[in-house]
Design a protein around this ligand. Structure first.
Ligand code: CU
Length: 446
């Protein structure tokens, strides 16, 4: 039994239930505490969703921490099911990463676990539950268990006047279990942070301010398109990493688990909507009001021009200078299981836990050559490493570093990474209903 298991078991034995008093009995105080508990969340006046969340709020508390400084985070599970917290995008050990497939411990109901690690690399990361939801559309990432984790770089460029963190989420208000695969994209409500459009506090800005929005798509399954009426956005980072070529866009595409840091120059006074470009989703709540000082009136929406989203304009257009040592071909397909159930997903013909385990050698550079032979887009996530997107549909590119890449339907994508963080490493589609039904595999270091 290691120290962390001991603490978790001891906490369980003590029947830790009433938070702070019994916690931390033999430990130094933690730098942050997360309490996982059921929450009745008010998303609009008189409108609630029953969910599970951190510290009684959605999103969970912003964890803001200098790069390279050790952090201790205590997590107390006050739900009736085992839980786990994944620190998304961090280069940390497998036991700390918060994925049971990698060997991180689960937190039993009533138990407490201390995560301690040194956060890196700098940028916008996030934390979220990594449990399986299966047919229960209230659990896993369908719930409110997510929060922003901002790792401060040593030299913050800081070329902005205001910083706003936004999380996107879609909610099932009533349903306990889904039986229809088509339920995937069907939700009752959507929110930015904890409120539906028109029901929260507006973001107040001043003329000529530069505002940075740090945005996380914390939806379990939905790719979102965002626009700020009357304004363009400069994308300065993707998945927390500065992009080689920051360019202006009129709309932003974010797949589940993707992040973007965008800078907006506030030069168009008024009361505007930052929201989903699709009317039905914006009307279901995904939007927030941006209000200039001394301006009033109904928040205004303008449809952005139709845009195709491509990663390539944000990257260097030439191919990566370094060739990989090894190439790993990965074929994604689905297996239809009949109406009324989710599809099964396969990687190279097998579903997790039967998928092959890929063995890595420390220090080598690998290329994941992915081919999506399905009609769905997949936001593919590699734990504990950052990759470089090196080609999309046969077009070379370089310099764009991410931890989630969308491999669109019937397309190919290649990403390179250096095996520089030994330990079990999970690779999966971040679409909750895909990862729960086979779309996962493990990499290990030999
Ligand atoms: Cu998928």
């Amino acid at each position: 039994m290691n120290r962390r298991e001991f603490i978790a078991k001891s906490a369980a034995a003590l029947g830790v239930s009433s938070s702070a008093k019994h916690n931390l009995w033999a430990q130094a105080a933690a730098d942050a505490c997360l309490e996982i508990a059921p929450l009745k969340l008010e998303i609009a006046a008189g409108k609630h969703v029953e969910t599970i969340a951190y510290n009684g709020r959605v999103p969970g508390p912003l964890i803001r921490w200098p790069e390279g400084k050790p952090i201790a985070i205590d997590v107390l599970n006050r739900t009736s099911i085992p839980e786990i917290v994944h620190w998304h995008g961090l280069w940390i050990p497998s036991e700390q990463d918060g994925a049971m497939e990698e060997g991180s411990p689960m937190i039993a109901p009533g138990a407490q676990l201390r995560y301690d690690f040194t956060p890196r690399p700098s940028g916008l990361r996030w934390y979220h539950t990594h449990t399986i939801a299966g047919h229960n559309l209230k659990r896993g990432l369908y719930s409110g268990q997510f929060g922003c984790f901002y790792i401060e770089p040593k030299n913050e460029p800081g070329a902005y006047d205001q910083e706003i963190f936004l999380t996107l989420h879609d909610w099932n208000a009533y349903m306990a279990a889904a039986t229809d695969a088509s339920m995937d994209a069907s939700y009752d409500y959507s929110t930015i942070n904890d409120r539906m459009l028109g029901h929260g506090t507006p973001i107040r800005v001043k003329l000529n301010q530069r505002v940075i929005f740090r945005i996380v798509n914390a939806s379990a399954t939905v790719t979102h398109w965002l626009a700020l009426a009357g304004h363009e956005m400069t994308v300065v980072a993707m998945d927390g990493n500065p992009v080689p070529n920051p360019i202006n866009v009129t709309a932003l595409r974010l797949a589940p688990a993707e992040r973007a840091d965008v800078v907006v120059e506030m030069k168009n006074p008024g009361v505007w909507i930052l929201g989903e470009t699709r009317d039905d989703i914006r009307k279901a709540g995904m939007g927030i009001v941006i209000e200039y000082a001394a301006q009033q009136g109904e928040p205004k929406w303008i449809n952005p021009p139709e845009v195709l989203w491509e990663y390539r304009p944000f990257a260097h257009q030439e191919a990566a200078a370094i060739q990989p040592d090894h190439q790993i071909p990965l074929l994604f397909e689905s297996k239809f299981r009949g109406h009324g159930d989710f599809d099964y997903w396969t990687i190279n013909g097998k579903s997790y836990p039967k998928t092959d385990t890929v063995m890595l050698q420390e220090g080598k550079r690998y290329r994941l050559a992915m081919r999506n032979k399905s009609a769905d887009d997949h936001p593919i996530h590699l734990h504990r490493h950052t990759f470089e997107v090196t080609s999309l549909d046969g077009k070379s590119m370089s310099g764009l570093r991410k931890d989630v890449v969308v491999v669109t339907a019937n397309s190919t994508a290649e990403v390179d990474f250096v095996a520089a963080n030994p330990g079990a490493t999970l690779f999966h589609c971040h679409q909750q209903s895909h990862m729960d039904f086979g779309f996962m595999m493990l990499f290990r270091y030999s």
